[in-house]
Design a protein around this ligand. Structure first.
Ligand code: PEP
Ligand code: MG
Length: 592
């Protein structure tokens, strides 16, 4: 096969080389995970039980058929029962579970995909159409399986057999992404998605190479093709020659060396050459990510995206995590951070973060019932979360962060709910930090333009640049068609950032950045030059940003910052940013 190259949007760092593992769209609705050896037989039985149940269902439908039902219906039911009894359906997937350790749903989908490919080759139209019957039967079995999936624990082990698999999909929902945490895939390539879509964020936090927004990767890449994913350049090389693979392996080795060198900065504080201390914090999605945060030398957690505890829970006993479950997760994160502050953001679902795959608002989800709007409408979900966060605050330093606020009444109502949660806990003699700090995200332009309101009512601010850019520039952050317009140095964004840092400074309250800009080393000097002193990012990006800070003299940045903010001209902004990259550094504490 001839080699070819595809260009997409780079969303994380590094290079991976491996074989393509294609996910067809329907398969995205089912979970994919590997099961432990000792659970293989239980998984086999789960699939057998589901098949038996579908047999029963078909029989019941047969016997309940009204006397005047068209005869074709009975014939179809017969065909479906026959398909279900065919070893290709009722035995092959069992073998897949036993040999590849796929979960039942994944094994079934894999087999159906293989059969569908064979059907596509058939000349006879009638027979080719039977593919649809097979898929319908499989869907029936999948439905039964999904309803019972909670009975099986998920493997957390890394399986070497899959160590070089690269997932190629049309899109991967954040919830699906969370499933992949348990499986040893080394890269992701998707047709859709933008630089700061939530899928991108999770893959970044997994610290593995990924390229999104490729347009038609799923059409051009075939199952098991060899791929090189260069996520620094946003490039995927399909079917590379041995020579090219060799070159990329060399580059991989160099990158690894650089990473090891940077890891030595773990215990060094991020202080500029002129003595200004910058707090570098970690963004996490689950409590167990605190390990990576500490390993990267983070000063705390600047953003715990709590919504990931709420996603992909179909089939679990409780569709939503209970107050106790949440409390344990928050407390674990707080304890893991060993005294460092943990900022827990309240539930930010909606838009590109539906709780379940396929669940979407009808029109413009990004402008719909998302984040605090959703929480204020669903107090029975919000209040238990506030109580859980407050209870965790008894175990360390916890800050509470409210997303997507745009209106004064949203702040007032949130604060009233927090006061209610506090009163309830006090009445129940439960411990919590009475003086817990409450902040809001500045991620809607309306918030950045009404800062006096925010600084008056809140203890701190945190700028969510991912959404601030989305809402200011009117660009759906998950839509690859407009990804080229997603510009973090647009003059409007820079002005809003400067306004925010100035207002917070004047009011004497801290302001952090926790969106993607904070982890982009090309912008570090710009942001600290503007006055930001807290940057929160995926742990994997932290060492590089620290290195940049150690090599920077803040004093010398000011003329460039002023020029950038005054010019409004994109070309001039880019030129000055390039000068900024070369300015203000000195040989010093950083590594060279
Ligand atoms: C942001 O919008 O920049 C942010 C940090 O929040 P999220 O990416 O989770 O929307
Ligand atoms: Mg946001």
């Amino acid at each position: 096969m001839a080699s070819f190259t595809l260009q997409g949007i780079p969303i994380s760092r590094g290079i991976t080389i491996g074989r393509a593992h294609l996910l067809r769209p329907a398969a995205l609705d089912v979970q994919h995970y590997l099961i432990a050896q000792e659970q293989v037989e239980a998984e086999v039985q789960r699939l057998q039980a589901a098949i038996a149940q579908v047999h029963k269902e078909l029989q019941t439908i047969w016997s309940d058929l009204p006397a005047d039902a068209p005869t074709e219906i009975g014939a179809f039911l017969d065909v479906h029962a026959l398909i279900l009894s065919d070893p290709m359906i009722c035995e092959e997937p069992l073998d897949i579970i036993r040999t590849r350790h796929y979960n039942a749903e994944w094994a079934l989908v894999t087999q159906i995909d293989a059969l569908s490919a064979q059907f596509n080759e058939i000349e006879d139209d009638y027979l080719r159409e039977r593919k649809a019957d097979i898929q319908q039967v499989a869907d029936r079995v999948l439905k039964v399986l999904t309803g019972t999936a909670h009975s099986l624990p998920r493997s957390t082990g890394v399986d070497e057999r899959n160590a070089n698999m690269i997932v190629v999909a049309r899109d991967i929902s954040p919830a699906d992404m969370m499933q992949f945490r348990n499986v040893a895939f080394t890269g992701f390539v998707t047709d859709e998605g933008g630089q700061n879509s939530h899928t991108a964020i999770v893959s970044r936090s997994l610290g593995i190479p990924a390229v999104v927004g490729m347009g038609n990767a799923t059409r051009l890449i075939e199952q098991d093709d060899w791929l090189i994913v260069d996520s620094d350049a946003g490039v995927v090389i399909v079917a590379p020659s041995a020579l090219v693979i060799g070159q990329f392996r060399d580059r991989q080795a160099v990158l690894l060396k650089v990473r090891k060198k940077l890891a030595r900065l773990k215990k060094t504080q991020a202080v500029t050459l002129d003595g200004v201390e910058i707090s570098l914090l970690a963004n996490i999605e689950l409590p167990q990510d605190a390990v990576a945060a500490l390993a990267a030398g983070a000063n705390g957690v600047g953003l715990f995206r709590s919504e990931f505890l709420f996603m992909g829970r179909t089939g679990q006993e409780h569709q939503l995590p209970t107050e106790d479950e949440q409390f344990i997760a928050y407390r674990d994160a707080v304890l893991a951070m060993k005294g460092r502050p943990v900022t827990i953001r309240t539930l930010d679902v909606g838009a590109d973060k539906p709780m379940e795959a396929g669940e979407h608002n009808i029109l413009n989800p990004a402008l719909g019932l998302r984040a605090i709007r959703y929480c204020l409408k669903e107090p029975q979900i919000f209040l238990p979360q506030l109580r859980a966060i407050l209870r965790a605050s008894a175990f360390g330093t916890v800050h509470m962060l409210i997303p997507m606020i745009a209106h004064a009444f949203e702040i007032d109502q949130s604060l009233a709910m927090i006061a209610q949660a506090k009163a309830e806990l006090a009445a129940e003699n439960k411990n919590f930090d009475q003086k817990i700090l409450v902040g809001a995200m500045i991620e809607v332009p309306a918030a950045a333009l009404s800062l006096p309101l925010f600084v008056k009512k809140l203890d701190f601010l945190s700028v969510g640049t991912n959404d601030l850019i989305q809402y200011t520039l009117a660009i759906d952050r998950a839509d690859h068609e407009v990804a080229h317009l997603y510009n973090d140095t647009h003059p409007a964004i820079l002005q809003l950032l400067q306004m925010t840092v100035n207002a917070a400074e004047k009011a004497g309250i801290p302001v952090a950045i926790c969106g993607g800009m904070a982890g982009d080393v090309r912008l570090t000097r710009l942001l600290i030059g503007m006055g930001f002193r807290e940057l929160s990012m995926p742990p994997a990006l932290l060492p590089e940003v620290k290195q940049e800070i150690l090599n920077t003299r803040i004093d010398s940045l000011q003329p460039y910052i002023k020029k950038i903010l005054r010019s409004y001209e994109p070309a001039m902004i880019q030129e000055t940013l390039a000068q900024l990259a070369g300015a203000g550094s000195e040989s010093g504490a950083g590594l060279h």
